[in-house]
Design a protein around this ligand. Structure first.
Ligand code: ZN
Length: 325
């Protein structure tokens, strides 16, 4: 049973995360017509087998055929070789130099496009979110790390070697905090959720009377990227100082990237972006300090990313629209 041929316009998106793989059949208008979730297996061959089986089962149960799909799009949190589609290093899955494109093409009988998760997030925004109709867009995803992607002239800019952008590792402060990449003072070291937590903990240590201590105690001692933003709402001065400093560092980083690439719009996604208004108001107010010729040309607008949990699936399924040659 192969089901009916897929109606035209249906695409397949596969979003490989640290612990789960999300699979979706994406229709016109980026509606998800069928979906499934599978665990991300550490053994690469077994993982590829399970992904292919889950895709086949999902399409069969939805009465959709696979064979007429133009391609399968795959997103993964790793650098990806642009020609071979090999995954350089997917830390959480434990895959090293894994031939993802080849393995899935063999198992699915379809051409496979593989991109990193930041490129997929921006592809999703370009298809149906805050980058729709805007050809030059920079996007930062602020989570455990900082993911970055750039759309130039409607195409993902992926560098001379095609390996994509590493905007999170733009140097921000010489001799600064150690970064996961081995360098010091990167944007990621300060502006990831992890960096925000470090700023928050520093402030808590210096301000024993801050409301942030009580907030944290009510959550079993947990300090998160939300701690300072939540306590700011209650008027806590130490929390306000953390948010102000965090936004200043992030605006400086964004300003540097705006000066380099001159995007029309800057999107900020990931967990930290859920802070909403206090974050975006500050970023847009601070950005002119760091953008050259602001008085003449204006600064790029900083906006929240719009695509939610399905961004990975939709971005992978629409990679063909934004892939450079
Ligand atoms: Zn770094």
């Amino acid at each position: 049973m192969t089901g009916q041929p897929a109606p035209s316009g249906i695409k397949l998106g596969i979003d490989i995360g640290a612990t789960t793989v999300k699979i979706g059949a994406v229709g016109e208008g980026t509606a998800i017509l069928a979906r499934a979730v599978a665990p991300t297996l550490q053994d690469f061959a077994a993982a590829a087998d399970l992904i292919a089986k889950t895709v086949r089962d999902t399409f069969r149960e939805a009465g959709l055929g696979l064979s007429s799909l133009p391609f399968a799009g795959v997103g993964i949190p790793s650098a990806v070789h642009p020609v071979t589609g090999r995954v350089v290093e997917a830390n959480n899955a434990g895959w090293r130099d894994a031939p993802l494109k080849e393995a899935l093409e063999k198992r699915l009988g379809l051409p496979v496009l593989v991109a990193n998760d930041a490129d997929c997030a921006l592809a999703a925004e370009a298809s149906a979110g805050a980058a729709r109709g805007v050809p030059d867009v920079l996007m930062l995803t602020l989570g455990t790390g900082v993911g970055g992607a750039l759309l130039l002239g409607g195409r993902l800019y992926r560098g001379a070697d095609g390996m994509g952008m590493e905007l999170g590792h733009m140097p921000l402060i010489a001799g600064g905090r150690p970064c996961t990449c081995g360098a010091d003072g990167c944007l990621e070291a300060y502006c990831s959720a992890t960096g925000l937590v470090a700023l928050t903990r520093d402030a808590m240590a210096r301000h024993p009377d801050s409301l942030m201590h009580a907030w944290s105690r009510r959550r079993g001692g947990r300090v998160s990227g939300r701690t300072a933003f939540e306590c700011l709402k209650k008027g806590d001065g130490a929390a306000r100082a953390v948010v102000d400093r965090y936004c200043e560092l992030l605006a400086q980083g964004i300003g540097g990237l705006v000066n380099a690439f001159r995007p029309r719009r800057v999107l900020v996604g990931g967990g930290v972006s859920h802070a909403g208004e206090p974050l975006f108001t500050r970023l847009n107010a601070l950005l002119p300090r760091f953008v050259i010729s602001f008085g003449v040309i204006g600064a790029s607008e900083v906006m929240p990313a719009q695509m939610g949990n399905d961004a990975g699936i939709i971005g992978a399924a629409t990679l063909d629209r934004v892939r450079g040659g």
